[in-house]
Design a protein around this ligand. Sequence first.
Ligand SMILES: [Zn+2]
Length: 79
Amino acid sequence: MTGGGRADGKRALFSAAVRTPGTLVVECERCRGRARISYTEFVKRSLPVTAWLPWRHHTRYLRCPACEHRAFVAAEWFR
Ligand SMILES: [Zn+2]
């Protein structure tokens, strides 16, 4: 999963429809955009404050990669 410093950020720009190891797809509640980001990017976007509301569809609060606002997103770990 680590891959030794691959350019995951660059890959995320054009591989949103393709399943890629070490990445997940997030769907933004605010802009309805979907984007594929790496786990590292997911953690970075969650900082410095995050929330997890497991009873919602959009469970995670982080900075959306599509609209760059902080919003609740649904994370799809296995797609
Ligand atoms: Zn968004």
